[in-house]
Write a protein that binds this ligand. Structure first.
Ligand code: SF4
Length: 204
């Protein structure tokens, strides 16, 4: 990825914030309406909404409509782990004409509703997470994806058990591996063991 700018773009950001219910996964513990209202009063936030399933087609369409109609140049989604849907929302932003890296996701499910037993503290934490995300997204710079040819080989430093195992796994996937060891022989600490449990094989 490359950045077209070297300093944060912070002229007059127009941030949209979207708080997901995830059915009752989030809304059952976090007061999503309150978090949305809180977000709407943060600096540079021009629209804040909450919705049942933000990753659904209508949820994504809501964000895309706002990007176009409200002229959003930053988007924050407060929902689940980025592992689940960061790509989904980046693509939605991109389809609406917004650089996908001007998007920030914050996790108010795994990091908040699922690990809380108190609605007030969960809601306060969600507000703090949203506030941080809104602040952070204003420092994002647009990035462009590019592809580069890479050499399909790997260097593993250290030929103890972990290094040997890693080298074998990589080799099994068809990649060339260079395994480097500073000692005269491989095996690390394990090679010094007399026998190993449960087979009582010689470690070496
Ligand atoms: S975006 Fe994540 S939190 Fe929201 S409905 Fe989809 S899976 Fe649930």
């Amino acid at each position: 990825m490359t950045s077209s700018e070297t300093t944060p773009t912070r002229g007059s950001p127009r941030v949209g914030v979207y708080v997901c219910h995830c059915g009752t996964n989030i809304a059952g513990m976090v007061d999503v309406e309150r978090v949305s209202d809180f977000a709407s009063r943060l600096d540079n936030v021009v629209v804040a909404r909450h919705y049942a399933y933000m990753c659904s087609d209508p949820g994504q369409a809501m964000i895309q409509d706002d990007i176009v109609k409200e002229g959003l140049d930053r988007v924050v989604v407060a929902s689940c782990s980025p592992l689940m849907h960061e790509t989904t929302f980046r693509m939605a932003c991109s389809e609406a004409g917004l650089n996908p890296f001007l998007f920030q996701m914050t996790n108010i499910r795994e990091h908040c509703s699922w690990v809380s037993e108190d609605q007030e503290s969960a809601t306060q934490k969600a507000e703090a997470l949203v506030s941080a995300a809104v602040h952070r997204v204003q420092y994002h710079t647009p990035l462009e994806m590019r592809q580069a040819n890479v050499k399909q080989s790997a260097l593993v430093v250290g030929a103890g058990i972990a290094g040997i195992e890693a080298a074998l796994r990589i080799a099994d996937s068809g990649k060339q591996v260079y395994l480097v060891e500073r000692e005269p022989s491989i095996g690390g600490h394990m090679s010094r063991l007399y026998k190993t449990f449960p087979t009582l094989d010689c470690a070496a």
